[in-house]
Design a protein around this ligand. Sequence first.
Ligand SMILES: [Zn+2]
Length: 200
Amino acid sequence: MTSHAAIVAAETTTAPGGNPTPSVEQSESAYQQIGSSMPILADASNARQANSGQSLDAAKRGPEWMARFGCPVWCVMDHAGTDGEPGWHQGLPAEAIAPTPFCDADPGGDSAVVLAARVTQVNQDPKVFGVETRLWVDVDCETLELDVAQTDVFIARLETFLPQLRALRAQLAEASKDDVPENTEAKAAWLAAPAKAVAK
Ligand SMILES: [Zn+2]
């Protein structure tokens, strides 16, 4: 009932609309508390909001909004708009973005999000289904749902990965020293006579 697949299905099929405009007078104190405890995420959120128009967090929307949709203060979902019904909530994301699109992406495509994570809470009908809060980590089309202990393990493994990545960077720098660009004339000749090239 609260599986990731079910939640995603709900997300893509519900867009209630018609709700009154939420109150924006508010509990800045709760927002400031969140912002000061997660400055890196707050900075990332500002950048995302500038790029995508992502909604405000629940603390900034105010207590009326939070009561109506059951939001924790850190939820940034627009339950009255495109993000669908209440019952699950997501916070600010962290993302690792590649410097280039994936190899099989369309030319001129966006840079690839290699790894993305955000806290997600499912609290629909808590007396029946309880409340479950996890870190959802998206890797390509797959999602991990981690508790705190599992997140610690994941962080430790990423911290092990980074020195390995730096070592590979050094290996790449050495191994690519003698790379040469393609010869455009020779390539054109090769393409003009593919059968001959293959026969060689
Ligand atoms: Zn929410």
